[in-house]
Design a protein around this ligand. Structure first.
Ligand code: PMP
Length: 437
């Protein structure tokens, strides 16, 4: 009954397509911490899908909210019209943020949130008469989705090189230290501020009054869980403040409890001007994203007559009723089960478990924060990514879902994970690594 003979028609994104077609890995069901495969096996979800199913799978409050909403109001135009759930969700979301951040703009994905935030930053300066501020600064190894703005500010050259010319006037903060050897993990130097000094180089290179915004992931997720040392984000904030530059945190992964607090904003105690989110906002159930902004930014656009907001941007599905219902069901689940802070309770156990792999075969670094972590492997000479990809395949066969980027294994389990399941992840991974070439 499985459509495995139709695989040719589906263009799988990115890597491993060929191997996939020879040996398809198909999920046909999911409940709580587990996926069910087409061949009837249970696979422990060590990645919350793609860092999005923070409350686990098949959660009744979310499913029921979605079903109810589809039956009641399937769609309402995003322009000129509204519906109550969008306002309710916006209010509940902003209540999770520190007070200067008090508005949200709904999108449908992380990539769209990034484009929206970049446009908002440039337009904010323009409506205030600072139209020269159009430059954007990202960071090496930053990932901000796949649309043109996102790949321009993103720091992954491979994602950019096919698609130029990209946005003009974009620079990237360099990593001025070795990231490949435990550089940003436990036991690292406390002097994080100096790592941020490369932003000064960029500010001096250009007239700072031409720079609109700096965008960073507080913890870079997709490129291998790179955790900033103490003082790093504070220093970025201070440099931006000094020069009137907006600071954007891309919290598409770090948001909704991943670091043990609702957002990285809380964890690091640094308040940016804009925050991009997606993924965990609906527990991955319905596509949705949101850009949070301060009242100052929101007010800047409210200069026209009452019905005219000077920010010409929005999507057909902005604030989609079904996505909003999923978002409300998700927040109910997170709040009733204390999931937005559960990562903090489990962080110590998670840390010890991951670091027990420091002496496992091929491991050269272990990084962790909240309920996210990375195990970096020594690459096979001349064959980068091969070892980690083999680990992924063997782990899948052994019943755990992990994710790899380069030669780094990343894990970000649903926040409902139990300790014995953390043990299972680590024990399985140790065996898998032991058996690798
Ligand atoms: N920003 C960050 C930090 C992300 O991790 C991602 C997705 N991994 C995105 C943006 C893009 O999100 P989406 O895939 O929903 O467009």
């Amino acid at each position: 009954a499985l459509a495995t003979n139709n695989l040719e028609a589906f263009w799988m994104p990115f890597t491993a397509n060929r191997q996939f077609k020879k040996n398809p890995r198909l999920f046909v069901g999911a409940k709580d911490m587990h996926y069910t495969t087409a061949d009837g096996r249970q696979v422990l979800d060590g990645t919350a899908g793609l860092w999005c199913c923070n409350a686990g799978h098949g959660r009744p409050k979310i499913t029921e909210a979605v079903q109810r909403q589809i039956a009641e109001l399937d769609y309402a135009p995003a322009f000129q019209m509204g519906h109550p759930h969008a306002f309710e969700l916006a209010a509940r979301l902003t209540a999770l943020m520190p007070s200067p951040i008090d508005h949200v703009f709904f999108t449908n994905s992380g990539s769209e949130s990034v484009e929206t935030a970049l446009k908002m930053a440039i337009a904010y300066h323009r409506v205030r008469g600072e139209g020269a501020r159009t430059r954007l600064i990202g960071r090496e190894r930053g990932y901000h989705g796949v649309n043109f703005g996102g790949i321009s500010v993103g720091g992954i050259v491979a994602n950019r090189k096919m698609f130029g010319p990209l946005l003009a006037g974009v620079d990237h903060i360099r990593h001025t230290h070795d990231l490949s050897r435990n550089a940003w993990s436990r036991g690292q130097p406390e002097n994080g501020a100096e790592y941020a000094e490369d932003l000064i180089r960029l500010v001096q290179l250009h007239d700072p009054s031409t720079i609109a915004a700096v965008i960073v992931e507080p913890v870079a997720g997709s490129t291998g869980v790179l955790i900033p040392p103490k003082g790093y984000l504070e220093r970025l904030r201070a440099i931006c403040d000094q020069h009137g530059i907006l600071l954007i945190f891309d919290e598409v992964i770090t948001g909704f409890g991943r670091l043990g607090s609702p957002f990285a904003v809380d964890h690091f105690g640094v308040t940016p001007d804009l925050v991009t989110t997606a993924k965990g906002i609906t527990n991955g159930v319905i596509p949705m994203g949101a850009v949070f902004c301060t009242s100052q930014i929101h007010e800047a656009f409210m200069t026209g007559p009452e019905h005219l907001i000077e920010f010409f941007h929005g999507y057909t599905y902005s604030g989609h009723p079904v996505a909003c219902a999923a978002g409300l069901g998700t927040l109910d689940t997170y709040e009733e089960e204390g999931l937005l802070t559960r990562g903090a309770e489990l962080a110590g156990y998670w840390e010890d478990a991951l670091h027990s792999l420091r002496d496992a075969r091929h491991v050269i670094d272990v990084r962790n924060i909240g309920l996210i972590g990375a195990i970096e492997l020594e690459p096979i000479a001349g064959e980068p990514t091969k070892r980690a990809f083999s680990a992924f395949l063997k782990a899948y066969d052994a019943g755990i879902l992990i994710r790899t980027t380069g030669d780094i294994i990343a894990m970000s389990p649903p926040l409902i994970i139990e300790k014995h399941q953390i043990d299972q992840l680590v024990t399985t991974l140790r065996d898998v690594l032991q058996g690798l070439d």
